[in-house]
Design a protein around this ligand. Sequence first.
Ligand code: ADP
Ligand code: MG
Length: 318
Amino acid sequence: VIRSSRKEGTKMNQVIEETKIWQMMGTTITLQVGHEEPSRLLAELGEWLHVYEHRFSAHDATSELMAINQAAGRQAVIVHPELFELIKLGKAHSCARNSYLNIAIGPVVQKWHIGFEDALVPTKAEITELLLLTDPHQIQLDEKMKTVFLTKPGMMIDLGALAKGYIADKLITHCRERNAAFALVNLGGNIVVFGESPRRSDGAWRIGLRNPKGSREESLAVVKLSNQSLVTSGIYERYLQNGSSVYHHIIDPKTGFPVKNDVASLTILSDSSVDGEIWTTRLFGASSLEVLKALEEQPGIEGAVVTKENQFLYTKGF
Ligand code: ADP
Ligand code: MG
């Protein structure tokens, strides 16, 4: 029990802290909650994780997302409103000017298969061919019918860049609705906190930013969060080594090859985690100075960049 309180004439209200860890969605998921019945809340959150994995996965042939991809060039598919919502949001940011986010990048990502045993370096000709299937404007949405249609056979939506943020936001909403005292959701680098940290007198949470060149435990900086999200994309987590060349997992939608710039990691601090996901990927291909400039211009988000030379740059509000 970490906190007890009693209002006049009511029974004792106890906050108990519990943490649970899952290995799923290709990463380690840690949920920490403070609640009267934390085990029950964590069990519910675990069920939601499975629902969401099934909804958004581009690796599971039976997922709701895969039904859209399998019907590409043939027919529109009616989807769950949440899947529709995330695809609509992803399409808008994929069609934005100078965006490096493209949720239609699926065919190219599948070809590289970075992060999997059978990852390989495709030929330029193969990539050129596949890029023809990655135009986000060819994702047709019908708001009223809640249908998604990929106009060409072979097109594939990949929500890998956005899903964890979207899911983290949903899990926090669930904690709030269940009257949790506090919660910390960590979906493999996507972190959202809610309520006051039980460890700190000021109630703020403190999250370490990893040093891209250091070990997993080594922090470059510590960020204070309060009812906020911190999302980091980096080139050091998932990559394919081929001789002396290293290919990481964020693909430039124009070239079909991993983005090339001076950025080792990009971190976004925002109220919602899906915004953090959108902007880490939208900006990942730009140079560190362009990233900083774009972040300063974008209201509601702050961010930090660690360059390949280990320079640490951040926005004023960060
Ligand atoms: P992670 O948390 O796995 O590092 P990110 O949020 O950085 O994930 O997104 C990377 C994933 O997004 C890739 O594994 C791939 O599935 C997908 N992806 C790669 N390049 C792009 C891109 N340019 N636009 C959208 N999605 C991408
Ligand atoms: Mg992302």
